[in-house]
Design a protein around this ligand. Structure first.
Ligand code: TMP
Length: 213
């Protein structure tokens, strides 16, 4: 049985990660790999129910701490029910956002303490972390303009530009701290150019790891 892998996609609103993660899933499936495509918050019925609360603009009274705990609760269920079993079964798990988003949004955006965020990450992930992360980087103003052109904004998208600029800076700080895990890609390029960069890099990663295993 091939070794399972856990790959995450991260970035600010409007960076195009959902498109790119779908294209990578198609690419890997065409090569015969068993791919599980999932997202956070979400990926299980309970976590999707938590997502609905988190993104509902009517929930404008949620405190930053409540928000953090809800993202952590959704993640704990997702790791337990989907991610860990799939990786154990040998799948390539592609996840649209994971714990880096908490560090970027609740740490960078909401300015919650890194100590609290780390404690909750450890509880929620139970030691499960991505083997590789694709960070699609884009200026916050550009990402927000793309998001606004799609229609109504959810509770987080509706935050001001300065919030999203802090989120972007926090993502870039994670990438600078962990260059061996996080691949930064310029999300201003075309969909085809970005997919053309990600596909071969993931092929190389999965191939090298298969040889190591
Ligand atoms: P999505 O729209 O990319 O699916 O992500 C949902 C929103 O939730 C997005 O605005 C980012 C935010 N988010 C956090 O604030 N913290 C987290 O831990 C995660 C996973 C997402």
């Amino acid at each position: 049985m091939t070794r399972g892998r856990f790959i995450t996609f991260e970035g600010i609103e409007g960076c195009g990660k959902s498109t790119q993660i779908g294209l990578l899933a198609d690419h890997l499936r065409a090569a015969g790999r068993n791919v599980v495509l999932t997202r956070e918050p979400g990926g299980t019925p309970a976590a999707e129910a938590i997502r609905a609360i988190l993104l509902d603009p009517a929930q404008d009274a949620l405190s930053p701490t409540t928000e953090l705990l809800l993202y952590a609760a959704a993640r704990a269920q997702h790791v337990h029910q989907v991610i860990r079993p799939a990786v154990k079964a040998g799948a390539v798990v592609l996840c649209d956002r994971f714990a880096d988003s908490t560090e970027a949004y609740q740490g960078g955006g909401r300015a919650l303490s890194h100590e609290t965020i780390d404690i909750l990450r450890n509880i929620a992930t139970d030691g499960m972390g991505p083997d590789c992360t694709i960070l699609l980087d884009l200026p916050a103003a550009e990402g927000l303009a793309r998001t606004r052109s799609r229609g109504e904004l959810d509770r987080i998208e509706g935050e001001p530009l300065a919030f999203h600029e802090r989120v972007r800076a926090a993502f870039l700080a994670i990438a600078a701290r962990e260059p061996e895990r996080v691949i930064v890609i310029n999300a201003a390029a075309s969909v085809e150019a970005i997919a053309g960069e990600i596909g071969p890099r993931m092929d190389a990663l999965l191939c090298a790891e298969a040889q190591e295993a």
